[in-house]
Design a protein. Structure first.
Length: 508
């Protein structure tokens, strides 16, 4: 029988999770301290010299002065600075030389982004967030035996589009950097080995992952839900099993992130033993580790207030000034702007979040600032889509692999509509019934959509098309942005026809 090391770590990790209880009263002080620390360390950088960070760092609460003095930026505003960092320049956006970068989805210009991963951001943010995840899990599951076996971590590779000349510079998926620099103790507690985990060719990597994990004592898995399904199905096929608990009887938790879990929840419930399985969401982006689900019965995420990230919230309705963490309002949706110890200063992350609780602040990811459909005044956000499609799946017994949606614009006297292209894991008995349920759920979730759909005066019912297996993977590969297991994703909602028309052409 495997030795269970969980009791050795439980007390220390539960104590770590319990520190967040104090955030009910001291979040403002914590965040002010984080901002002062960032400004102090960043004083010798180019932004630090330009905006006199050393002066701001000595203020008791520097936020108002910081907000007035330092402009907020998007990636295109700092692209040249980042590329100088990649080329080896020191003290550009963060002190010293940075040799690790996460290649992430492109901007509106179609280029990839390269996010610096500094030693400070690894130590105080990404790895700290991972420790918080396990700590909160152990606090909620007192009978856990998570350290009686190994974790199966699905990661990407260092494949990239720029191929730096300095061999010490590593560019690729965030997960590749996290795996390559993982502390020894954590590295020993996971599969696959580092060489297999970082393989770039998935025709080689997938069977290697199956071989590495299928006969191990796996207690926990970590990764993006959509990509992990591909690996899980291959493992089940290799073992002639229908349920993961037949392969890994001690599996107890899936730590997931990267995309919404809701459309995949039913399929994972079907593939696992729900009497002992838990699902725990994290908010870990290339730019930083921001949040963790600290209550298994509440899908919203606790924003981590003390991990080298200073948060600002910009109202998406444009009404009012940006506010810090201690100034948010419950049930309001904001665009998230961050300052982090990787040199991103007042950086527009591109995510919108809805505040579900204050003191301490918890959020639900509402979607991307550029992932929405508002072709007819319906203001359909990604969060609406994820929740509606998950409920439509539940009601019709369906499950999905991937999907995207786009508007079909009014023409020739016909009203506009939304077109949904879905790759099914389990196809519903009747696509038309699924479309009706999807429409009903969207109408319940979004009052603007409901107003446009009322009596079918302005907007026709949605059209649902079935995609052949593997279509979205082929599209990502053809776009030059796809590595299975990486950080790049299918856009859920697109306010134009470009992505949809390309997918439909691949079907032909």
């Amino acid at each position: 029988m495997a030795i269970d090391y969980t009791p050795l770590f439980r007390k220390r990790m539960v104590n770590r999770a319990q520190r967040t209880d104090a955030w009910r009263t001291n979040e403002a002080d914590l965040q002010a301290e984080v901002l002062r620390g960032l400004l102090k360390r960043g004083a010798a950088t180019e932004p630090g010299r330009r905006y006199a960070y050393d002066e701001l760092a000595h203020l008791r609460n520097p936020y108002e002065a910081y907000r007035r003095r330092v402009p907020h930026v998007g990636y295109e505003d700092i692209r040249d600075s980042v590329m100088r960092m990649v080329a080896g320049e020191r003290d550009v956006l963060w002190p010293g030389v940075c040799r690790d970068y996460a290649q992430s989805s492109g901007t509106s210009g179609g280029k990839s982004k390269y996010i610096p991963i500094t030693a400070d951001s690894l130590r105080y943010n990404h790895y700290a967030g991972s420790a918080d995840t396990v700590s909160h899990y152990l606090r909620q599951v007192p009978d856990s035996r998570i350290f009686s076996g190994k974790g199966f971590i699905l990661g990407g590779s260092f494949a990239n589009e720029i191929h730096p000349t300095d061999p010490r510079v590593k560019v690729g998926d965030l997960s590749a950097t996290l795996i390559s620099k993982m502390p020894l103790l954590a590295d020993m507690a996971r599969v696959p080995d580092r060489k297999t985990a970082l393989l770039p060719d998935w025709t080689v990597k997938l069977p290697a992952l199956v071989k590495a994990a299928r006969d191990c004592n796996i207690t926990n898995i970590s990764g993006v839900p959509s990509w992990f399904l591909t690996v899980i199905r291959s493992i089940l096929k290799s073992k002639h099993a229908s349920n993961l608990s037949e392969v890994w009887p001690n599996l107890e938790v899936f730590f997931h992130g990267g995309i919404s879990f809701e459309p995949y929840r039913a399929e994972y419930r079907r593939l696992t033993d729900m009497s002992k399985m838990h699902f725990m969401e994290t908010y870990n982006a290339s730019e930083g580790f921001f949040g963790v689900q600290n209550d298994l019965n509440d899908s919203s995420l606790l924003l981590i207030a003390d991990s080298d990230v200073f948060y600002e919230f910009f109202p998406i309705d444009g009404i009012g000034d940006p506010v810090p963490l201690w100034g948010v309002e419950k049930d309001r949706t904001y665009e998230l702007v961050i300052s982090v110890s990787n040199g991103l200063w007042r950086y527009h992350l591109g995510d919108t979040v809805t505040v579900t609780q204050t003191a301490p602040v918890k959020i639900r990811i509402a979607g991307r600032t550029k992932s929405y459909i508002n072709a007819f005044g319906e203001e359909l956000m990604e969060d609406n889509a994820e929740r509606a499609i998950a409920e439509a799946c539940r009601l019709t017994g369906a499950s999905i692999v991937n999907y995207t949606a786009a508007p079909v614009f009014a023409s020739d006297g016909k009203r506009g509509r939304h077109q949904w292209l879905i790759e099914w894991a389990k196809t519903p008995a009747d696509i038309h019934t699924f479309a009706i349920e999807l429409d009903n759920q969207l109408r319940q979730l979004n009052s603007d959509y409901e107003a446009k759909r009322a009596n079918t005066i302005f907007l026709d019912p949605p059209e649902v098309l079935s995609a052949p297996r593997g279509l979205f993977d082929r599209w990502l590969a053809s776009a030059g942005t796809h590595k299975l297991g990486g950080q790049r994703k299918v856009p859920r909602l697109v306010n134009h026809r470009g992505v949809m028309d390309r997918l439909l052409s691949l079907m032909e």
